[in-house]
Design a protein around this ligand. Structure first.
Ligand code: NAD
Length: 497
């Protein structure tokens, strides 16, 4: 059992209507660095999911009518509690997900920032009065909470991905049923008692760990689910979108990516290389916005690799709970095999390994862990699977280009459109390149451009809708326009007095 569970008052069960409940069967949650069992977590059935939706529907009646300022206060208290317990939460997150403790602390802070931001935004949600073409009439355009929402999240940022959705939904006045990934439900469950302590009424947030396909079916068959918000692969998004035609919930989909990292000819190569290492070692490359294709001017490739290689090899791979670790394991052994297969496929077609970081191999305690040696590969072509698929691992494929136009054209040559990175000292040119890229977010000389206060979302096959920013709140709001006569009131004359 993970020792943090007691401290956080978490039971490995379902959380429905403000109490812990049993499901039908369990799912084993293990530490990917060691293979140790952390908990057998109760798994929900279709019936449990429907019970959760029903409870959320009951809770909606009061929560949706609560003053927005009060909802905001609950969320801001949740932010403060997350911050106060960041060390315990981060330790649980590292144990369950594998990322290094410093990154887990960063994720807890990032999650808290969404509760803080949407806690503040709650009371800024306003409607408007709009002129009517007929004299004596006017329009009221009013926002209302959408209803009960279904939230589905992946295992790579299991706290932050949930926090983005939960905080926005609750701020808007919705109640939610959250299904976390089966690999990482414990950190999600940690949010349940914390939100109650912050003042959220029972049923405001239900958490049910269950198989994805089953949840997809129940959520799309149930007309009470009015927003369906998924962070996951494009394939899962496609299947949910197809099933959603039954009742047309609003779809909010944060899906896969294949981010280009374009190093312009005038870039500071040392900075570009150092940022690339930080980006690729974040969550061991299991990040939708990680760099998947590194475009380098052919004339500067050797120089760039000279900067990259020592930084890549200096970083330490290991158990995220140990000091000085920069990258943890992958989520499971199958993920390691998939990443290795992509590398082997590229090597078989003429690509070459530049350097491989095997620092984890020296630690015998990690023998059962699902570790993947971070690898830089050069000579990668656009048509190789290593460049055209989302790798989701610590691999940096190097592609060379001859002109900036060519780099932009090739960067856009993918069905994905999530994130991109541009490095260059001429900021005007870097900005022009950023504007030409078909993606939702670009970091110019910045490797981590994500914040609670800015909208984040993909275009093309990377998704629909936005998280964060003021836009994130609107995902959970429906508008109603009321056309009505303007009250004609006599404000009085001297004679009336
Ligand atoms: P996944 O799609 O397999 O799983 C994500 C979640 O969806 C899990 O909770 C899973 O149980 C559930 N699920 C699976 N099949 C389902 C179905 N048919 N109906 C409903 N739910 C279903 O993805 P993953 O492997 O866990 O996560 C990695 C993927 O997530 C990558 O493609 C990554 O790019 C993407 N991702 C995107 C973002 C973003 O913000 N755009 C962020 C993180 C991860």
């Amino acid at each position: 059992m993970a020792p943090e569970l007691n401290a956080l008052k978490v039971e490995p069960r379902l959380w429905i209507d403000g109490v812990w409940a049993d499901g039908s069967g369990t799912v084993a949650v293990t530490n990917p660095a060691t293979g140790d069992l952390l908990a057998e977590v109760q798994r929900g059935s279709a019936e449990d999911l429907r019970r959760a939706i029903e409870g959320a529907q009951r809770a909606f009646a009061a929560w949706s009518r609560a003053p927005a300022a009060l909802r905001g206060e609950v969320l801001k208290r949740a932010a403060a509690l997350l911050t106060a317990r960041r060390s315990t939460l981060a330790a649980l997150l590292t144990r369950e997900q594998g990322k290094p403790l410093a990154q887990a602390l960063g994720e807890v802070d990032y999650a808290a920032s969404f509760f803080q931001w949407f806690g503040e935004e709650a009371r800024r949600l306003c409607g408007r009065i709009q002129p009517h073409p007929t004299p004596g009439f006017e329009y009221l355009v009013q926002p209302f909470p959408a209803g009960v929402v279904g939230l589905i999240t992946p295992w790579n940022f299991p706290l932050a991905q949930g926090a983005k959705k939960v905080a926005a939904a609750l701020a808007a006045g919705c109640t939610a049923v959250w299904k976390p990934a089966e690999q990482t439900p414990l950190i999600a469950l940690a949010l349940a008692p914390l939100l109650v302590e912050a003042g959220l009424p029972a049923g405001g947030l239900q958490i049910v760990t269950a198989p994805g396909r089953l949840v997809g079916e129940v959520f799309t068959q149930d007309a009470r689910i009015r927003v369906l918000s998924l962070t996951g692969s494009t394939e899962t998004g496609r299947s949910l979108a197809a099933a959603a035609v039954r009742h047309f919930p609003r779809l909010s989909l944060e899906l896969g990516g294949n981010a280009p990292f374009i190093v312009l000819p005038d870039a500071d190569l040392e900075k570009a290389a150092s940022d690339l290492v930080r980006l690729k070692f974040l969550c061991s490359g299991q990040v939708c916005v990680t760099a998947n294709r590194i475009f380098i001017p052919a004339s500067r490739e050797s120089e760039f690799l000279e900067h990259l290689q020592p930084l890549w090899l200096q970083a330490r791979v290991g158990n995220g709970l140990h000091d000085g670790v920069d990258a943890g394991p992958l989520i499971h052994h199958q993920a390691c095999q998939q990443v290795r297969a992509l590398i082997e496929d590229a090597l078989a077609q003429g690509a070459a390994e530049v350097c491989v970081n095997r620092t984890h191999a020296t630690d015998a305690r990690l023998a059962a862990g699902s570790f993947c040696a971070p690898t830089v590969v050069r000579g990668v072509r656009d048509d190789m699977a290593l460049a055209s698929t989302e790798i989701f691992g610590p691999v940096a494929p190097i592609l060379t280009y001859a002109s900036i136009e060519e780099a932009v054209w090739r960067a856009n040559g993918t069905p994905f459109g999530l994130a991109a990175y541009v490095y260059g000292t001429d900021v005007a040119r870097a900005r022009a390149v950023a504007e030409a890229l078909e993606v939702g977010i670009v970091g110019v000389n910045e490797w981590r451009p994500l914040r609670a206060e800015i909208p984040f979302g993909g275009i093309k096959e990377s998704g629909l809708g936005w998280e964060g920013g003021e836009e994130g709140l609107h995902e959970f709001v429906v508008l109603k326009t009321i056309a009505l006569p303007r009250a004609s009131v006599n404000i009085g004359t001297k004679e009336n007095l």
